[in-house]
Design a protein around this ligand. Structure first.
Ligand SMILES: Cc1cc2nc3c(=O)[nH]c(=O)nc-3n(C[C@H](O)[C@H](O)[C@H](O)COP(=O)(O)OP(=O)(O)OC[C@H]3O[C@@H](n4cnc5c(N)ncnc54)[C@H](O)[C@@H]3O)c2cc1C
Length: 401
C-alpha cells in the first residue's frame, strides 16, 4: 500500500467509532500531515448519539473476543497517556449481577428522606446484606430489597469511561494532530470506476451542498450507516437512560440487575425490570433500560424522541432498591439509538469491496469498549491494506453484504 502519495481520508460520523478512527489514523507510523488530509464529517454534534449517552462499561468478557482484549488494553493505554482518569473518568470498577425485589415508587414527600439509608448500617441490615452475598462496600442498596448478588468481575477485568467526555476528548486529540472537523451531513459517496472519488454533504451552518475529495472513506455513522451506504446491513434500536445525582457519593460498582416490582395497576402482580446501574467517578449514577422499536430512527441525533414515561420507569425501578437513588436528583433523561448488525454478530470492520471504502459500524452494546480497537484496525486498513493488530476475518463486512 503506497503511503508516500497524497491521500484524502474522510470519516463519516463523529461518534466514538469515527473519533477513534481519526485518532489512530493520526498515530499511525505512516501518517504524514503534509501528505494525508483527514476530515471527520459529523451531521449534528460530536458524541450527540449513543456515544455520548451510553453507560461506558469496559469489560474483558465483552464480545467479539477477536477485538475485546486489544481494545480493553488500548483504553488503559489511552487513559495513561492522556490522563483519562481526570479527562474522561477512566477507572477500574467492580461489576456484579443483582437480584432484588423493589418497593413501589413513592412520592419524594412521602418518603423519610435521605436519612433512610442509615438503616444499612444497623446490624440487622448488615446481616441481610451479608446473607445476600453483597460486598460490604456496596452499601447504597436497600438491604431488605436484596435477594442475591454474584460478582461478575473486578478491577483488571472491568473498567469504565464517561463516554461523552471520552469521545469529545479523543476527537480533540485527533484534531490537535491535524484532523479537520466538519459539521455537515453526508448525502452521497461519489465513485468513479476505480473507487471512491468524493463525499457530498450538506453543510450544517449554511445548508449549502458541498463536496470533499476523497481517496479513502470510512463509514462510521452508527445506526445511520445504512442511510449513508445502503448495502450495509445495520439496523437501529432505541434505548432510554437517566443520570441521577445520588444523596451521597456511592462506591464504584456497575450492576446488571433483575428487579421484581409490584405492578402499578395491580399490587398483587409483579413485573420484572432489568436496568443496568453504573456508579460514576463524577458522583453521578447512570442507569439504562431495555431497548424499543416504538419510534423509527429519526433524521439526526438532534431529532431523537425522548419518552419521559420510559425514563420515569427507569427512575422508579432503580429508586425501588436504593434510597440514595430514589431521593437523589435526576440530572438527565435521554434516549439514543444503538447500531446493530441486522443478521446478528458484528461489528463490521474493514473493506467493503469498493476501492477506498471501509465500514466501521454495528458495534451493538459494546461500542464504547471496542472503539479504540476498531480505530486502530481502521488505521491499519487505510495505511497497510489489512488488519494487523487482531484477527478479524469474522468481522469482514463483505461476508454480510
Ligand atoms: C443505553 C445504551 C448504553 C450503552 N452502554 C454501553 C456500555 O456501557 N459499554 C459499551 O461498550 N457500549 C455501550 N453502548 C453501545 C455504544 O453506545 C455504541 O455501540 C456506540 O456508541 C456506537 O458508536 P458509533 O460511533 O458507531 O455510533 P453513534 O454514537 O451513533 O455515532 C454515529 C454518528 O454519526 C453521525 N451521522 C449519522 N449520519 C451521518 C451523516 N449522514 N453524515 C455525517 N454524520 C452522520 C451521527 O450524527 C452520530 O454522531 C450503549 C448503548 C446504549 C444505547
Amino acid at each position: 500500500m503506497a503511503t508516500n502519495t497524497k491521500r484524502e481520508i474522510v470519516i463519516i460520523g463523529g461518534g466514538i467509532i469515527g473519533s477513534c478512527s481519526a485518532y489512530y489514523l493520526t498515530r499511525h507510523p505512516s501518517y504524514d500531515p503534509a501528505l494525508h488530509k483527514i476530515t471527520l464529517l459529523e451531521a449534528s454534534e460530536i458524541a450527540g448519539g449513543a456515544s455520548g449517552k451510553a453507560g461506558g462499561l469496559l469489560a474483558l468478557w465483552a464480545y467479539p473476543s477477536s477485538i475485546v482484549p486489544l481494545s480493553f488494553k488500548l483504553h488503559a493505554q489511552l487513559a495513561k497517556e492522556h490522563n483519562g482518569k481526570d479527562r474522561w473518568g477512566y477507572r477500574e470498577v467492580n461489576c456484579g449481577q443483582l437480584i432484588a425485589k423493589g418497593h413501589a415508587a413513592q412520592d419524594k414527600k412521602e418518603g423519610t428522606g435521605p436519612s433512610v439509608s442509615l438503616q444499612k448500617r444497623d446490624p440487622a441490615a448488615i446481616g441481610k446484606l451479608r446473607a445476600a452475598g453483597i460486598p460490604p462496600d456496596l452499601d447504597w442498596l436497600n438491604a431488605d430489597s436484596l435477594r442475591g448478588y454474584e460478582s461478575m468481575s473486578g478491577p483488571g477485568e472491568t473498567a469504565q469511561v464517561h463516554p461523552y467526555l471520552f469521545t469529545t476528548s479523543i476527537t480533540k486529540l485527533a484534531e490537535e494532530k491535524g484532523v479537520n472537523i466538519v459539521l455537515g451531513k453526508a448525502t452521497g459517496i461519489d465513485q468513479e470506476s476505480d473507487g471512491v472519488k468524493s463525499i457530498s454533504y450538506t453543510d450544517k451552518a449554511s445548508g449549502e451542498s458541498r463536496t470533499i475529495p476523497a481517496t479513502d472513506v470510512i463509514v462510521s455513522a452508527g445506526p445511520w450507516t445504512q442511510a449513508v451506504y445502503p448495502p450495509a446491513p445495520i439496523s437501529a434500536t432505541r434505548a432510554h437512560s437517566v443520570v441521577i445525582r445520588p444523596t451521597r457519593p456511592v462506591s464504584a460498582y456497575t450492576l446488571f440487575t433483575n428487579i421484581e416490582l409490584p405492578s402499578p395497576s395491580n399490587p398483587k402482580r409483579s413485573t420484572v425490570t432489568t436496568p443496568e446501574i453504573y456508579a460514576r467517578p463524577d458522583d453521578t449514577v447512570y442507569a439504562c433500560g431495555d431497548g424499543d422499536h416504538l419510534v423509527p430512527l429519526p433524521e439526526t441525533t438532534a431529532d431523537v424522541e425522548v419518552d419521559e414515561l420510559l425514563c420515569q420507569d427507569i427512575i422508579n425501578s432503580v429508586g425501588s432498591i436504593s434510597d440514595e437513588l430514589k431521593f437523589g436528583d435526576v440530572a438527565k433523561r435521554q434516549a439514543c439509538y444503538l447500531p446493530n448488525v441486522a443478521a446478528g454478530g458484528g461489528p463490521l470492520i474493514g473493506h467493503t469491496g469498493i476501492k477506498g471504502l471501509y465500514l466501521a459500524s454495528g458495534h451493538t452494546c459494546w461500542g464504547i469498549q471496542n472503539a479504540p480497537g476498531t480505530g486502530k484496525l481502521i488505521s491499519e486498513f487505510v495505511f497497510e491494506g489489512s488488519a494487523k493488530s487482531a484477527k478479524i476475518a469474522a468481522l469482514d463486512p463483505q461476508r454480510y453484504m
